[in-house]
Write a protein that binds this ligand. Structure first.
Ligand code: PMP
Length: 307
């Protein structure tokens, strides 16, 4: 992973090393940040954001949940994202817009009118779970559960939520797994530390409902849409842990993880132990959006002007 030369910070482009924050920043003490993870793909027509407007909308929804005033409109943030990639002359990128409460006293509630910082970072970041995207990831069920829906709202993509993800991820890594899958507060399947979860059983695609304490993933929505296009049945429904041990195929989705097959759960092979045909078909349809094999019928790609 390497970073780009410029960061967009509070309305202007700065060299990476100059975009700094004071140690009294509220977000550092109390987790009061909301952020996005987006990707720019190198398409035959040049670099293009994938579902930029949807990511920006989710960023604003996250901020609204925590009553953080971003201070810019959605159009201004979209334009800043495009400007950043053009300025950094990138063909592809992982992009991280972040909004956080800055220096405003050490009270749990930031004082009225305390500053809010807005920054957008771009990184050169390949496959999140490495070559698992080809061969499949070995994952485990975490002993850590996701917070209940009436504790930390999971539709907000907030910095503080990722303490849960860190516990899940650390435990998985220590056990020699690529990723951990958490159960929700009801004991049913929820999601991975940074990915949504899909199971394939007898040709039907299943995924936990967005009300199950999961992030309403944009890749999850993309996969459900592409599955409909391919004529596959998709059901959002509660799933017990044992569904992981009896499914034909499993994969995880996320902006960083894209569509990553799972080849084993708790050392038990999934299906034949190699990525199955439904996972492969969805990967092809998904990556086809970026090399032109899958038509962009929904205007999901936003070209980077001058990119
Ligand atoms: N769940 C969690 C906890 C995540 O961090 C992510 C990554 N943003 C996802 C799911 C997948 O969401 P998306 O497809 O929008 O990136």
């Amino acid at each position: 992973m390497s970073h780009a030369p410029f960061i967009w910070h509070n309305g202007r482009l700065k060299p990476w090393q100059d975009a700094t924050v004071h140690v009294s920043a509220h977000a550092l003490h109390y987790g009061s940040s909301v952020f996005e993870g987006e990707r720019v793909y190198a398409t035959p027509q040049g670099p293009a954001y994938f579902r930029l407007a949807d990511h920006t909308r989710r960023l604003f929804e996250s901020a609204r949940i925590y009553e953080i005033d971003i201070g810019y409109g959605e159009d201004a943030i979209n334009a800043a994202c495009l400007e950043l990639i053009a300025a950094n002359r990138m063909q592809s990128a992982y992009v991280r817009p972040i909004v956080f409460r800055g220096a405003g006293g050490l009270g749990v509630l930031a004082r009225e009118g305390a500053p809010v910082d807005v920054a957008i970072l771009a990184l050169d970041w390949g496959a999140y779970l490495g070559d698992a995207i080809e061969h499949g990831a070995d994952v485990c069920v975490s002993s850590w559960h996701r917070p209940a829906p009436n504790t930390f709202p999971s539709w907000a993509k907030a910095g503080g939520n990722y303490l849960s993800s860190q516990l899940i991820g650390l435990e998985a890594r220590r056990g020699g797994y690529a990723e951990g899958i958490a159960l929700g507060s009801n004991g049913l399947l929820s999601e991975g530390a940074g990915e949504n979860l899909f199971l394939v059983r007898r040709g039907v695609l299943y995924t936990p409902p967005s009300s199950a304490g999961i992030l309403a993933g944009i890749t999850r929505d993309t996969v459900m849409t592409l599955a409909h296009d391919l004529g596959l049945a998709v059901e959002e429904r509660d799933l017990p842990r044992e569904a992981l041990y009896t499914s034909d195929e499993i994969f995880m989705t996320g902006t960083a993880a894209e569509i990553t097959p799972v080849r084993s759960v708790d050392r038990k092979p999934v299906g034949g132990g190699t990525p199955g045909p439904v996972t492969r078909a969805l990967q092809q349809a998904f990556f086809g959006l970026f090399d032109g094999r899958t038509p962009d019928r929904r205007g999901w790609l936003t070209p980077v002007p001058g990119g």
